[in-house]
Write a protein that binds this ligand. Structure first.
Ligand code: FAD
Length: 358
């Protein structure tokens, strides 16, 4: 039997991150294909609620490293507990998944380097399937591999989707950006019989080479555009930073809404980076995404194309965004948005369902 499918959990203030739950949902599908268990490595301090959440999200086995030193993410301490534990296994995990977040991007390459295994970053699709390696300079790599991790990611400026394989050594690793996969349905009750293994913690003096002096997370913490039901995003078509107020007015017509931005207006300083949607910003999948004066460049599209309903407002009828928007309005944002606000206020409807049937 192939090794486990292991998700390394991410946490802030002992609360498990959404990306971890998303990876557990997707990891379950891979585990079923392999006939292997889905496990989760939880690292932090006071992690009872996080353990509960990962089990309700589908983890069938939990490795728990709970220690005051692990309360905040620290590269070397986290690396130590993962490597100590995994090196003691007779069979390594088949697949190891982490979020493509600041933490995952720091930690995953260190784990991959230790095991001298491959790592695909910023993956957008995962699957398990066969691969036959028929030729190559390294003859030891030739062979048939029935169960490889297929990790697909955009390449060549997003114009191609490349499937990346590294079946020669387990764990086969990938990082996945938040919002790429849907969160699984959470069980209301924790199932019985899930094994929680407390892993040994043996920090070494060399792990203390890095110390955290201060943690600043307030700004990012307050702005989580990935959790919004409605995103009113603005682009260069707004004409100036003042246009952002118009976005805010439209967003205020909806519950659980937020404004978003294309990279161009973040680069111009009209909005700040936590609001940026796209390849180098956040990946979002709200119920409604209203793109105002955004052309729909590929790098923007990859961050919002999984939104349930995309409404685009653009004065250019040939703007690329109209080729993938569900509803398009050709017009000037300064005419269309005030009219939308007026109509929404008149009907006093912030209900998403009502807007959808229009
Ligand atoms: P533009 O492309 O200039 O489009 C403005 C649109 O507004 C036009 O379609 C125009 O017709 C319309 N318009 C003008 N005036 C009005 C008006 N009054 N009313 C209505 N419509 C109007 N971009 C991202 O967004 N996110 C990313 O994460 C990202 N990452 C990138 C990574 C790399 C490596 C690279 C190379 C680029 C990246 N980009 C990213 C940039 C991306 O390629 C585009 O340049 C950017 O998305 C364009 O932003 P925009 O749509 O606001 O501006």
């Amino acid at each position: 039997m192939a090794g486990e499918v292991l998700v390394v959990a991410e946490q802030v203030n002992s609360q498990v991150a959404n990306v971890t739950l998303e990876l557990l949902g997707e990891g379950k599908k891979l585990a079923r294909k392999l006939g292997s268990p889905l496990s989760c490595f939880v690292i932090g301090h006071n992690m009872e609620a996080a353990v509960d959440a990962v089990i309700r999200a589908g983890a069938e086995k939990v490795y728990l490293a709970d220690h005051p030193e692990l309360a905040e993410y620290k590269t070397l301490h986290y690396r130590r507990v993962i490597l100590d534990e995994l090196s003691s296994w007779a069979t390594p995990p088949h697949t190891l998944l982490m979020g493509s977040t600041t933490t995952g991007r720091d930690l995953a390459p260190r784990v991959a380097a230790f095991f001298e295994t491959g790592l695909t970053a910023d993956t957008i699709e995962l699957d398990i399937g066969p691969y036959e390696h028929t030729s190559g300079i390294d003859q030891t790599k030739i062979g048939y591999f029935p169960e490889c991790l297929y990790a697909s990611r955009p390449s060549f400026g997003e114009s191609l989707k490349a499937r990346i394989l590294g079946p020669w050594k387990d764990p086969q690793m990938a990082t996945i950006r938040p919002g790429v996969f849907a969160k699984p349905e959470m069980l209301t009750e924790k199932p019985e019989g899930v094994e929680i293994k407390k892993v040994a913690i043996n920090f070494q003096p060399s792990d203390y080479r890095i110390t955290i002096k201060e943690t600043l997370r307030e700004l990012e913490g307050k702005i989580d555009i990935t959790a919004a039901d409605v995103i009113v995003a603005g682009g260069y078509g707004l004409g100036s930073a003042d246009g952002v107020n118009l976005l805010k007015d439209l967003a205020a017509c909806f519950e659980n809404s937020v404004v978003g931005a294309s990279r161009k207006i973040v680069d111009l300083g009209w909005m700040t980076y936590p609001y940026q949607v796209g390849q180098t910003g956040k990946t979002v999948r709200p119920k409604i995404y209203i793109a105002c004066g955004i052309s729909g460049a590929l790098q923007h599209r990859v961050g919002m194309q999984k939104s349930e309903l995309i409404i685009a407002i653009n004065r250019d009828p040939d703007a690329p965004i109209f080729s993938f928007a569900d509803q398009g309005i050709v017009g000037d944002v300064y005419h269309v948005i005030p009219e939308m606000i007026k109509q929404l206020q008149e009907k006093n409807t912030s209900k998403l369902a009502e807007l959808k049937v229009k």
